[in-house]
Write a protein of this length. Structure first.
Length: 306
């Protein structure tokens, strides 16, 4: 009797958990569509911006803009600090989503420190901030207010101070670690260099748009530029860097919902399998209990007749 009561309690508990995970899966599915629309809207603009920069850049122009220059190593008088921007989510229950991002950021920080650079770690998302607070790793910036609906203003707030520091020669590089949204089932962590700008290469590497336009590559057409190429580049280069940060935010937001939907679907499926097993076990236990009770009644009746 005690065994069947315990099985009933466990079945009710798993049924409640299954309802929660199914609901969370449905919520993530509805949010994923809107987040995916933001990703789809951001990618063509980023690709077009990279192609324009690839058309305009030449070795002569590249030397005029600080955002394009490769800094000297620290031992030769170059900047001794680098920055790593990590984008995570504010909520969990998404499988290994945040753990993979944090691992990629830690590996990048370790690689930069091995080159003799001090690393400023900038973290977006409650999960990343909580982890580095737990391990007592100092953070140059901790933002938990952006959420899963990032805007261009958020990207501007993150990128503008770093662009200014790089232009002033205080930073050797800026890397961003984020989750690339390929599909709801595939959201791998990606490391992308934002500064110094390698225009025309990063989008092809990250999203597979084919062979990218490289700086200085001859254009198929001759353009008359007004204002000149240097003025256009001066306006587009900071915009390009900000757009890379914005895309990292929207891709991670979409990836979070995809990873959570997958995790909740797996949890719901596992709960269903466990319920089937427990119900079979309960039915066998109940059948055995009924058989035993019948045997006791029959035995008692025969004893009374005897």
């Amino acid at each position: 009797m005690a065994k069947t009561r315990a099985l009933r309690r466990r079945i009710r508990s798993i049924e409640s958990i299954s309802q929660i995970t199914r609901t969370m899966e449905m919520v993530s599915t509805s949010k994923l569509k809107r987040a995916q629309d933001r990703v789809v809207g951001a990618r063509p603009y980023a690709q077009a911006l990279a192609e324009v920069l690839g058309e305009l850049l030449s070795p002569e122009l590249a030397e005029r803009f600080p955002l394009l220059r490769q800094p000297l190593p620290p031992e030769r008088g170059g900047p001794a600090r680098a920055a790593v921007l990590l984008v995570t989510s504010n909520r969990g229950l998404a499988g290994a989503f945040n753990a993979n991002l944090i691992r990629a950021a830690r590996e990048r920080v370790k690689a930069l420190e091995a080159r003799g650079l001090a690393v400023d770690l900038l973290v977006v998302g409650r999960k990343g901030v909580g982890y580095f607070k737990f391990v007592r790793r100092p953070m140059a910036l901790a933002r938990i207010d952006i959420g899963d609906k990032p805007t261009a203003q958020h990207a501007e707030e993150l990128a503008a101070p770093l662009i200014a520091r790089f232009e002033a020669g205080a930073l050797a590089s800026l890397d961003v670690v984020y989750a690339q949204f390929r599909s709801a089932l595939s959201t791998p962590p990606v490391l992308e260099q934002v500064l110094p700008i390698a225009a025309g290469r990063s989008d092809a590497r990250t999203h597979g748009h084919g062979e990218a336009q490289k700086p200085g590559k001859a254009s198929a057409a001759n353009f008359i530029l007004k204002p000149g190429a240097d003025e256009i580049l001066g306006a587009l280069l900071p915009q390009y860097a900000r757009n890379l940060v914005y895309r990292a935010l929207v891709e991670t937001a979409a990836s979070e919902h995809g990873a959570r939907r997958t995790a909740m679907k797996n949890a719901t499926d596992n709960a269903g399998e466990m319920l089937d097993l427990l119900r079979r076990t309960y039915n066998r236990a109940r059948q055995g209990q009924i058989t035993q009770e019948l045997a006791e009644i029959v035995g008692g009746a025969e004893a009374l007749q005897g």
